[in-house]
Ligand binder design. Structure first.
Ligand SMILES: N[C@@]1(C(=O)O)CN(C[C@@H]2CCCCN2)C[C@@H]1CCC[B-](O)(O)O
Ligand SMILES: [Mn+2]
Ligand SMILES: [Mn+2]
Ligand SMILES: [Mn+2]
Length: 301
């Protein structure tokens, strides 16, 4: 089985410098060899000098920041992820900010139209151009994938391939008012840290899978934002929020998803090695690599 690592040094979906250096830190920490150790054939799509896609003149559209650049990069990412998936490989996208999910999930759904999405995050990333406060597109990918909000011509390539009933969140604890409304209106299943505390991670993952994949027969795209973990576990990330998942809870999710045998695509995003001290950076990069290994078959026994 082949895992295709797609490094996406991309940061234009938000405003903090450094998240584009996430991929190189994860790879330099030895991720490629670690996956080979697990028995994977590993290819590296050293994405990608996004400079060739950079846009000289990219003024905001409404509140949206760097809209044309974010759109063009994600259109490219969708083709790359879709291509690897179509060849029966498992695309592993390393970010880079979470706006990349516009591309990765579009790519997955192009190849696996019936795929479900498990979104691990402190945030819902479902703001529309109307509800966003920050204008940062890393807080918006899900709304574009669902086809919510007013159409933005520059993002015309994104087809609303994701169905609300095929999406589930785990780890939520910082949701904007507008996003809470969108969750309710679209009846989107969401397990916040409250549910994790109440039921335990084992039951939460079971309920999440029961919702989006009741017969365990649909491909799974796992999109893991490192900020889902508690900042004490993964400090070097752009939008940290206290009260997050423990090291074990994060790993349990990845182990349980792997156990389904249904994983077809994985994102690991928002590692920013420019934030906090060196010890914190190492801790964040190390846990990122560990989560990827867990999602790709590493077991404790
Ligand atoms: N909803 C947000 C957006 O900017 O749209 C606002 N939030 C930060 C904000 C700070 C003040 C208190 C309320 N929260 C970050 C989030 C996007 C996270 C993107 B992710 O990919 O890191 O999940
Ligand atoms: Mn490529
Ligand atoms: Mn996110
Ligand atoms: Mn987040």
């Amino acid at each position: 089985q082949t895992v295709a690592i797609i490094g996406c040094p991309f940061s234009a979906g938000q405003q903090r410098l450094g998240v584009d250096k996430g991929p190189i830190h994860l790879v330099e920490a030895g991720l490629t060899d670690q996956l080979a150790e697990l028995g994977w054939r590993v290819t590296f799509d050293g994405h990608h000098q996004f400079e060739e896609l950079s846009v000289t003149d990219d003024p905001p559209i409404g509140k949206l920041r760097n809209p044309r650049f974010v759109s063009r990069v994600n259109e490219s990412v969708a083709k790359v992820v879709g291509g690897h998936a179509a060849r029966g490989e498992l695309p592993l996208t390393l970010g880079g900010d979470h706006s990349l999910a516009m591309g990765t999930i579009s790519g997955t759904l192009g190849t696996y139209p019936n795929a479900c999405v498990i979104w691990i995050d402190a945030h819902t990333d479902i703001n529309t151009p109307e509800t966003t406060d920050s204008g940062n597109l890393h807080g918006m990918p899900v709304s574009f994938l669902l086809g919510l909000g007013a159409k933005v011509p520059e993002f015309g390539w994104i087809k609303p391939l994701l169905k609300a009933e095929r999406l589930v969140y785990i780890g939520l604890r910082d949701i904007d008012a507008g996003e809470k409304r969108i969750l309710r209106e679209n009846k989107i299943k969401a397990f916040s840290m409250h549910e994790v505390d109440k039921y335990g991670i084992g039951k939460v993952v079971e309920m999440a899978l029961d919702h989006v994949n009741p017969n365990r027969d649909l491909p799974v795209h796992l999109s893991f934002d490192i900020d889902a973990l508690d900042p004490s576990v993964a400090p070097s990330t752009g939008t940290p929020v206290r009260g997050g998942l423990t090291f074990r809870e994060g790993h349990y999710i990845c182990e349980a998803v792997y156990e389904t045998g249904l994983l077809v695509a994985l994102d690991l995003v928002e590692v920013n090695p420019h934030l906090e001290d060196e010890f914190s950076v190492n801790k964040t990069v190390t846990v990122g690599c560990s989560l990827v290994r867990a999602a790709l078959g590493e077991t404790l026994l």
